[in-house]
Design a binder for this molecule. Sequence first.
Ligand SMILES: Cc1cc2nc3c(=O)[nH]c(=O)nc-3n(C[C@H](O)[C@H](O)[C@H](O)COP(=O)(O)OP(=O)(O)OC[C@H]3O[C@@H](n4cnc5c(N)ncnc54)[C@H](O)[C@@H]3O)c2cc1C
Length: 298
Amino acid sequence: MRIATSNPFVGLEAIVQENHRLADHTWYRIGGPARYFIQPQSVEQLQEAVRRCNEFEISTYILGLGANILVPDEGINGAVFVLQEEAFRKIRIDKNILLAGAGVDMQKLLLRCVRSGLAGIECLAGIPGTIGGGLRMNAGGKYGDIGSVVSSVTVMDQSGEVYDYTKDELVFDYRSTNITAKFILSASLELEEEDPEELMRRTKEIWMFKRNTQPLSTKSCGCIFKNPRGLSAGALIDQAGLKGMRVGGAEVSSKHANFVIAHGGASAADVLKLIKLVREKVYDKSQIVLENEVIIWP
Ligand SMILES: Cc1cc2nc3c(=O)[nH]c(=O)nc-3n(C[C@H](O)[C@H](O)[C@H](O)COP(=O)(O)OP(=O)(O)OC[C@H]3O[C@@H](n4cnc5c(N)ncnc54)[C@H](O)[C@@H]3O)c2cc1C
């Protein structure tokens, strides 16, 4: 980062906070501050703030609900963008086509769809996050994933150019997508009309399954590791006898071994050390290298 002789964000002070605590914005509730924390109120403000970052060589990051991110204890020496203002939380429904801004909360959207009798995203029940984070991660599980109902995505790249990915250009894979642009702005989803009561029943069933199998009320980031092809990371961790293993305030969940939960006082360093240890022990036991699902910043 270039040492700024003047404030890089002159004129944008209303949307930029300096040395802002990121722990309050992550599901883990751990991690240090962001040098700049930016909440644009429009695409134009986002473009201008990103232009300043480019000019002053400030690294950019984008945060949704922080449900899949581990922020280091020393924080982020860069600009962290959050698209939570009104302009990025719009929802428009036209028959079975739904347009949702990147900052829309996936659980609230799911509830709205269920009540409107629109089927297709029940697989998101119990998965915390925003549409932006959900698309980046192709959120989902054994009941399906968000990518399968996406018909287009509007994005902005680091140069500020806004453009669309159409359905035939998009590839959604296991917890990944081919979207390379840094900022996802909105998406349109193609849903199917269905009886709201039946939809609610199915959504509750999926939510109950998650609640019964995952430690949803603890601080975590969901699954730490991706499942290796045809295998379960949780089962591999369990077979290595690691349930309940602790480093400082971080612990391998006894309910679901692929969750590392953070108890009060846990640091990001504790979580990182435990992740490393789990990976090593699983390798020793089964010669399989587990790949992170959690996004570790920077
Ligand atoms: C209790 C719990 C249970 C979970 N269960 C599941 C599950 O069953 N299935 C599953 O898939 N996940 C699960 N997760 C993980 C998490 O909910 C998902 O990955 C979710 O999609 C993260 O969304 P987010 O908005 O919080 O993104 P963040 O965690 O904030 O970010 C995740 C990634 O997306 C990027 N990103 C965020 N917003 C944007 C944007 N607008 N444009 C471009 N990139 C962006 C970030 O930079 C980062 O790389 C769980 C997490 C928790 C805490």
